[in-house]
Ligand binder design. Structure first.
Ligand SMILES: Cc1cc2nc3c(=O)[nH]c(=O)nc-3n(C[C@H](O)[C@H](O)[C@H](O)COP(=O)(O)OP(=O)(O)OC[C@H]3O[C@@H](n4cnc5c(N)ncnc54)[C@H](O)[C@@H]3O)c2cc1C
Length: 307
């Protein structure tokens, strides 16, 4: 369903993020997790795109498998790094032909395994350039929906590390919306005040598209350390770190603390008229399901207040 129709149909969207499986073992873990999360009836699920286009085919394959399964509405991520204009066009065409309704347009991080990589060779430098291009593609009439793809972009409540100037950064975010983005999904955050302040700054800048909050429950100490590398600049509140320290290496306790923290974040976001919550699932189902259970609901429709 086009994202504009999704937002019309519900006051709050719920969505889950998956990554394409890297091998047979991760595929064997992923598909049961997807089946379990299906029961929570998310409005859409998104599928990540590996750095430098490394999962170009596996992202496509997972998206098409989910679409053909008929139960989930997949949104592929697409990044500009290492891509020519014609490669991007052929990816868009394939998704349009499969009736994929929405795309998450990103610039992507430079690939780690390509030391001589020169970004100036890419057809599109910033996500705003990719959004403009998708908007142009949408006007070509190739997509079965006359509006073309709905377009999502990334937002950073605590700022993106490449732009220390926080005023400029909001201008760049606005440029993505002006180029045709229909919604924003944020980077994960652990302090809701950072999100609320970001939401207000967007409003002041005239950014009027829905902003979906990215939530990642901490499930292990290793996962916490890994996120501080992947999502550079993320602020870990002392209260959260203290609660984890108290676990004294007991990983079951760390998991309980992490899931409790994420549950309280969701409860507070729901009380503050959030437009959507996006769960970074790391291809696991249990943490997200436990959050739903603790919030006292069976599926996303009840969570959104639709009975
Ligand atoms: C919801 C979400 C999903 C993600 N999924 C993926 C994924 O699947 N695969 C992946 O590889 N990465 C993914 N990422 C990570 C993301 O690609 C990186 O954080 C990347 O560095 C920024 O992407 P962007 O689309 O926000 O970039 P952009 O909007 O292009 O911004 C990148 C940086 O450039 C700055 N900038 C923008 N425009 C200009 C300009 N005109 N002049 C100067 N500076 C400018 C911005 O302020 C920012 O610092 C995701 C991030 C989010 C929030």
């Amino acid at each position: 369903m086009h994202i504009l129709d999704i937002f019309k149909s519900t006051p709050t969207t719920f969505s889950f993020e998956f990554s394409p499986p890297r091998n047979e073992t991760s595929a064997q873990e992923l598909y049961p997790a997807i089946a379990e999360l299906e029961e929570l009836k998310p409005n859409f699920v998104s599928v990540t795109y590996g750095a430098g286009g490394s999962t170009r085919n596996s992202t496509h394959d997972l998206v098409v498998t989910l679409k053909d399964g008929g139960q989930l509405d997949p949104v592929p991520h697409l990044t500009t790094v290492c891509h020519s204009r014609s490669e991007i066009d052929s990816i868009l065409l394939r998704y349009a032909q499969h009736g994929i309704s929405n795309i998450q347009a990103l610039s992507g991080d430079p690939p780690k395994n390509m030391p001589g990589y020169d970004r100036s060779n890419d057809a599109f430098r910033y996500a705003a350039d990719l959004v403009s291009h998708i908007s142009e593609f949408n006007r070509s009439g190739v997509h079965p929906d006359p509006r073309g793809f709905g377009i999502g972009v990334g937002g950073y409540p605590e700022g993106h590390p490449a732009t220390p100037n926080r005023l400029l950064e909001i201008d760049y975010l606005k440029a993505k919306v002006d180029a045709g983005a229909n919604y924003i999904v944020t980077q994960l955050f652990f302090d809701n005040h950072d999100f609320y302040d970001f939401r207000e700054r967007c409003e002041l800048a005239g950014i009027d598209v829905p902003i979906i909050a990215g939530i990642m429950p901490i499930i292990t100490s290793k996962n916490l350390a890994r996120m501080s590398e992947l999502a550079l600049g993320i602020h870990y509140p002392a209260k959260l770190l203290r609660a984890i320290q108290r676990c004294d290496g007991d990983e079951t306790a760390v998991r309980r603390v992490g899931i409790h923290w994420a549950t309280e974040q969701c409860r507070d976001l729901l009380d503050n008229k959030i437009r959507g919550i996006h769960f970074y699932t790391f291809n696991r189902s249990t943490a997200t399901r436990e959050i739903y259970t603790s919030l006292g609901v069976k599926d996303s429709r009840v969570l959104a207040g639709i009975r």
